[in-house]
Design a protein around this ligand. Structure first.
Ligand code: KG4
Ligand code: ZN
Length: 339
């Protein structure tokens, strides 16, 4: 595929991010300005606050990325941007910035699906460091983030077949809600992981929704089971065994995600599995996939699991190289499906 340098912008939720990537894989620069501390006060992302914060951060973030790369806008071949899914008010900030850059410099614009970005995070390595093996098709992709949980069969570049998804909460959303129940801070994933480290995962037998015969997931029953358990425990004592509750909840989530993905990979005869999205930063989940020997597994480094623009640049590169150029009048698509 042709060589190209992509500057990408990501503002779908609460991170303002920009990155520059070469040929779909070599990362030259990446800046992520997180708004986490601001939203933590509200216990979750406050959409209006998020979009205002993107407006303040977007120009400095793009400037810092260029400084980090030692390159200028004229050295780019295309501008990629997250078009959706995400918060409308947040997406438009990145989209307008990207359109402005594309129009001002005369570069092609490439609109990217955020979930496609998460998948492509496994293609990325730091320029100058050793090159990891490129994922090979067909592969089974488990996407686990704050807004999505789905299994996709990926048969080629940019070619997805959604096999199943969550019927209610996304896995990350379940982590966030259960953390709140346990009095742990936002975002819930890292807080639960930390608490679980010193907890007993076998103390509470929380339900694992199997949804036999489908590749769908459900986490709302698990969340309710934790709520009932917490209410019962509160009747007996003033202190909650937060560590054991966190470890038992985490183990139920990991168990379901791991077993369903392996089953799907077997059923569709893929040799490789890819795990991506914010929840793929979870150590217990990574360990479950890395300790099996039947499939080659791709999980991005921690810095690329949660939202970033490097992944948008990677997906943007393959879109650009395969001729998927966007018109300058494209709009954001807050509920855009991958397939
Ligand atoms: O991909 P992401 O950054 O944003 C979305 O596209 O949604 O994912 C954010 C989600 C949050 O729900 C957060 O709690 C979860 O990823 N998360 C984790 C961990 N780190 C982030 N969940 C479990 N364990 C973690 N270590
Ligand atoms: Zn994401």
């Amino acid at each position: 595929m042709k060589s190209a340098r992509i500057l990408a912008i990501e503002t779908s939720c609460d991170e303002t991010a920009c990155a520059i990537l070469e040929n779909g894989r070599a990362l030259l620069a990446s800046i992520v300005a997180s708004q986490m501390d601001i939203h933590a006060r509200y216990g979750g992302v406050f959409p209006e606050v998020a979009s205002r914060q993107h407006v303040l951060s977007i120009i400095p973030v793009v400037e810092q990325t260029l400084v980090q790369s030692n390159l200028s806008l004229q050295d780019m071949d295309a501008i990629a941007v997250t078009r959706g899914p995400g918060l409308a008010g947040s997406l438009v900030v990145g989209m307008n910035m990207a359109k402005g850059l594309a129009l001002g410099i005369g570069l092609p614009l490439v609109g990217v699906n955020h979930l496609e970005g998460h998948i492509y995070s496994s293609w990325i390595y730091n320029a100058g460091e050793s090159i990891p093996p490129e994922p090979q098709f067909p592969l089974m992709a488990l996407l686990v983030s704050g807004g999505h949980t789905e299994l996709n069969l990926v048969t080629d570049h940019l070619t997805y077949q959604r096999l199943g998804s969550t019927l209610d909460d996304a896995a990350g959303e379940a982590f966030d809600k259960v953390a709140r129940l346990l009095g742990l801070s936002y975002p819930g994933g890292p807080s639960i992981q930390r608490a679980a480290e010193s907890g007993d995962p076998a103390r509470f037998k929380f339900p694992r929704a199997k949804l036999e015969g489908t590749y769908d997931f459900s986490f709302s029953g698990l969340k309710t089971a934790v709520l009932y358990e917490v209410n019962e425990l509160k009747k007996k004592s003033t202190t909650l065994p937060v560590e054991d509750l966190a470890a038992s909840f985490q183990s139920a989530v990991v168990d379901v995600l791991f077993k369903k993905t392996l089953q799907a990979a077997r059923d569709y005869n893929t040799k490789e599995i890819l795990v991506a999205g914010g929840v793929s930063a979870n150590r217990a989940l990574r360990q479950a996939f890395q300790s099996q020997k039947d499939f080659k597994v791709h999980i991005p480094p921690f810095s690329l699991c949660t939202d970033n623009a490097a992944m948008i640049a990677a997906a943007g590169y393959y879109r650009f190289a395969l001729g998927h150029i966007s018109q300058l009048d494209i709009d954001v698509q807050p509920t855009w499906r991958l397939s």
